[in-house]
Design a protein. Structure first.
Lengths: 391, 282
């Protein structure tokens, strides 16, 4: 085990290499640039290739090409780049091409504030491309160390599910310096709970079996398998077809291979003070969850019966944590309230769901505790002159 | 040389997709046949080539026709996919892309330029039906000036990549392409010879191949869907390089050939990576 005082970007690059990533399609963007920089330095050392693309859309298409050729591939960006992934992301979902995509959230919309954290892409991580008829997987770490772990996990899931997997970080995770431990061998990786899965290639002639099965190797080009893959609805052999029946079968696979195997990743969450039926469950993910955890601990010492639920598996949304009818508060790094909508959907009727937003800056512990008190005492939430009680 | 289309078709193409569902009188099949003929004359096997396509008439009609490995990218992105693929797949395999004019010279032009910049070993056959025909017939970036299409009902008056003395080939040459040629679908043996050179070039090659679309281009610009009218439209505007006249839009022949003059993309990348891996520096 090697210890570093380094950024999340460094940890993410090391995680990718540990997971067997040997191709990175990069495009500079704050605050994810250092991932590209680290990969351009590290990949040649381990026999991998870093390419700098003409834009993010090309960056992910380069990954598609590399993955089609049999390499584990990754790309990383921030919100303004993530929207350019929409095109290749759809292709990778439809053609079931494994790769890992990291989004370090900053303040939006558009370029917004480049050097400040935001969580404005919660739904975009669920719908990274158009057309529907798929489930997306997204993991959201809250530290540099966990970002490394989740990148390794994302590679594992992407190979097994045969699809792109997203990791949602934010500017504080990727830019922040933290104490990072990097395992040096497989044994140490196992000790740290890192799982890996090797790349294999599909020999056909069925390239898209319309079942929910996992562990089907992806189509590969250049091996003489006669593999076919396209952006159109496929037959099992990969021919393009305009038949609703084929589309139905393909959509079933894209949706249910994920829905029917959520047990593979739904253990990624953190609960604090949740064992005694708290009066208020505070839900968060990413960097704000670290402040929330501290605030909940402090609130407990002040006699407030609050608990913290931190989501790591963000998509598919872990409905199983929201079976109890109680008060919920969603703490997010956006002003419009995104996660809160999903909590409203997932919670039973009669639940009382509230929202507290900040953006570009973390909530303070005192603000959080004040909000906990207000929610518990049924007082209206008002912050910076905005009435948020609409939630 | 004789066109033994049924023999080479059986050798290289999938019976499920040939004949294609292209319109009657469409020139795409001729372009396709010229490419297959060139592959056959080079003595290449099915597994020597990975065949990529994209969106539109040219992409959809040629996807999965090749007996070997085949992929279709989203609109305009096949060049970026091919660049990544070139890194990952065996270096002795060739990538051949059959795409349309909207794909290559419109939505995908930036990716195309960057594939040329790197001198990526791929052969891009741009099947140019003078616009966006699978969407009903709108003008593209090589549509002749004045042509009436669904999106240029008064005649195409927007400047494009083939108007005012411009030629899209200049862009590609400037970007670093090492082989560029232009042939129309009716060029026969001359086209086959150029395509062979394009495939043999260990670097970025592009062959621009205008072909007649009697269905949409014919109906709007020529007022008829009779295939011979669309053929004639192209023939009248085509001349071999050096024999151009005032009507010439497409001068055919090898436009630029510096085959082998620049290091190939993937070979260069891998040589560099291997050196860094061994010595820690370039």
């Amino acid at each position: 085990m090697k210890r570093f005082l380094e950024t999340g970007n460094f940890a993410i690059a090391e995680g990718a290499i540990l997971a067997g990533c040997r191709f990175f399609g990069g495009y500079p963007i704050t605050p994810a640039t250092e991932i590209a920089e680290a990969m351009s330095f590290r990949l040649p050392q381990v026999g991998g290739v870093y390419l700098q693309a003409e834009d993010e859309c090309a960056a992910m298409h380069l990954c598609i090409g590399a993955s089609l050729g049999g390499m584990k591939a990754m790309t990383a960006t921030s919100g303004p780049g993530y929207i350019l992934y929409a095109d290749p992301y759809g292709w990778a979902i439809g053609c079931e091409m494994p790769m890992v995509v990291l989004n370090s959230g900053r303040v939006g919309p558009v370029s917004g504030i480049t050097g400040a954290p935001g969580q404005g892409e919660i739904y975009m991580m669920r719908y990274p491309t158009q057309g529907g008829n798929y489930e997306a997987i997204c993991l959201a770490p809250n530290s540099a160390q966990e970002a490394m772990a989740m990148v390794v996990e994302a590679f594992y899931l992407s190979e097994r599910f045969r699809m792109p997997v997203s990791v949602l970080a934010d500017q504080l995770i990727t830019d922040g310096f933290e104490d990072i431990s990097v395992p040096e061998n497989e044994e140490e990786m196992k000790e740290m709970g890192f799982r890996t899965w090797p790349r294999k290639h599909c020999t056909g002639p069925e390239f898209y079996p319309f079942t929910d099965e996992l562990d089907i190797p992806p189509v590969q080009m250049g091996k003489g398998t006669g593999g076919l893959c396209s952006d159109w609805t496929p037959t099992v052999e990969g021919y393009d077809i305009e038949e609703v029946e084929n589309h139905h079968q393909h959509a079933y696979r894209l949706i249910y291979k994920v829905r029917n195997h959520q047990d593979l990743f739904n253990h990624h969450y953190e609960k604090k003070y949740m064992d005694d039926d708290p009066d208020l469950v505070v839900v968060s993910f990413g960097t704000p969850s670290r402040v929330v955890n501290t605030a909940v601990e402090k609130a407990r010492s002040q006699g407030l019966k609050v608990g913290s639920l931190r989501l790591i598996t963000l998509w598919p949304f872990p409905d199983e944590h929201f079976t109890k009818s109680t008060k919920y508060l969603s703490v997010e790094l956006n002003w419009d309230g995104q996660l809160v909508r999903e909590i409203q959907r997932a919670t039973p009727k009669g639940s009382d769901v509230h929202f507290m937003g900040t953006c570009g800056d973390l909530p303070t512990i005192s603000d959080l505790i004040e909000t906990f008190e207000k929610v518990i005492n049924d007082q209206p939430l008002e912050r910076k002159g905005w009435v948020l009680e609409a939630w | 040389m004789a066109f033994q289309s049924s023999v080479i078709s059986e050798k290289y193409l999938r019976s499920r997709k040939i004949p294609s569902t292209a319109c009657s009188g469409c020139g795409l099949g001729q372009n396709h046949k010229l490419v297959i003929q060139a592959i056959d004359e080079l003595g290449l096997a099915v597994n020597d080539i990975v065949w990529g396509t994209s969106i539109g008439c040219a992409g959809r009609q040629t996807f999965a026709t090749w007996k070997g490995d085949g992929f279709a990218g989203t609109h305009g992105r096949a060049y970026a996919i091919a660049r990544g693929l070139r890194i990952a797949m065996p270096l002795d395999k060739k990538i051949l892309l059959t795409v349309g004019d909207g794909d290559a010279f419109g939505i995908g032009l930036m990716h195309l330029i960057h594939a040329a910049r790197c001198n990526t070993d791929m052969t891009v056959i741009v099947n140019d039906n003078l616009g966006y025909q699978s969407t009903g017939g709108q003008f593209g970036y090589t549509t002749p000036q004045g042509a009436k299409t669904d999106s240029s009902p008064y005649g195409m008056f927007e400047h494009n990549l083939m108007s005012d003395g411009m030629d899209v080939m200049h862009i590609l040459k400037g970007a670093g392409a090492t082989f560029l040629a232009r042939h129309v679908a009716m060029d026969g043996v001359r086209a086959v010879e150029s395509i062979k050179k394009a495939i043999e070039n260990p670097g970025f090659s592009l062959v621009h191949m205008p072909y007649p679309c009697p269905t949409n281009f014919g109906a709007r610009e020529l007022g008829s869907r009779v295939p011979v009218n669309a053929l004639r439209y192209i023939m009248e505007r085509t001349a071999p390089m050096g024999q151009e006249n005032e009507n010439t839009v497409w001068a055919t022949g090898i436009w630029h050939d510096t085959s082998g003059s620049r290091p190939e993309f993937a070979e260069h990348i891998w040589a560099s990576v291997n050196k860094i891996r061994k010595t820690g520096e370039l």
